[in-house]
Write a new protein. Structure first.
Length: 253
């Protein structure tokens, strides 16, 4: 199990060459942790799309929901308890901040979108994470406002999601003819790419794929993170991390 490194300097941000990256982590430790945590959670989500594609997995329901479920499963399975809880809390906070931004801007909910509504995603990830270990996570669930009537169903929701992903990933193990994720060359020394490279290694220790999936951190011209089926590539945009930083800085204390 992995233990997260919180301070910006400990993550290697302080020694990175500014000219090599389109994103600079904030000096404020809480802001840097929020951005790093949410980037990790988002990477796990996009990995879900990649796995569904290259393994040709069946999905009953929204693929976006299935990817959200895998993100929480990986938080729970890869990280030690305190680190996992902090990643989950940042992920939930990001959904709440997005919802607040839309409300403040007078934006109507987009019911036709492939994603569930922001606050639906908020309660889903909180519920799943709580359901994996209710005794240890009751305080976190209370802090994040998980309603008791939903909390009662969370252990069964976790069991269903965890069992479903475990079954479809049973043969996706490292070794043999399987390959792993591959970071696009030339990204070393970029803070955001270095962070993702650690996750790539952790995933490769856990999963194997029939074809390689590349991973890129880049300037995209938009605040986004996405998986491209045609290129079989996960892209994390520097602008996405910058947007998370700005969301944190604009949020109430």
């Amino acid at each position: 199990m992995r233990q997260f490194l919180w301070a910006a300097a400990a993550l290697g941000f302080a020694t990175a060459a500014p000219a090599q990256t389109g994103f600079d982590f904030p000096a404020d430790e809480a802001a840097a942790a929020f951005v790093a945590n949410e980037v990790v959670a988002t990477f796990y989500h996009e990995l879900g799309h990649a796995l569904i594609d290259v393994l040709q997995l069946p999905v009953l329901g929204k693929q976006e929901d299935a990817a959200d479920h895998l993100s929480v499963i990986l938080m729970n399975d890869i990280w030690e308890e305190e680190a996992a809880a902090n990643i989950l809390a940042s992920d939930a906070t990001a959904y709440a901040l997005l919802a607040e931004q839309r409300d403040a801007g007078g934006a109507e909910p987009v019911y036709s979108d492939e994603h569930s509504l922001d606050m639906q995603r908020y309660y889903t990830v909180v519920c799943l994470f709580y359901g994996a270990n209710p005794e240890a996570r009751q305080g976190l669930a209370d802090d994040l406002g998980l309603p008791p009537e939903r909390a009662e169903r969370c252990p069964s929701e976790w069991e269903e999601a965890s069992r479903s992903w475990a079954q479809v990933l049973e043969g996706a193990t490292p070794g043999g003819d399987n390959v792993g994720l591959e970071m696009v060359a030339g990204q070393q020394g970029q803070p955001l790419a270095d962070l993702i490279a650690e996750e790539v290694q952790a995933i490769n220790d856990r999963f194997g794929l029939p074809v390689p999936v590349t991973v890129l951190v880049a300037d995209c011209g938009e605040a986004n993170a996405f998986y491209s089926r045609s290129a079989q590539k996960i892209t994390i945009c520097n602008e996405y991390a910058q947007n998370l930083k700005e969301m944190w800085e604009a949020s109430p204390d």
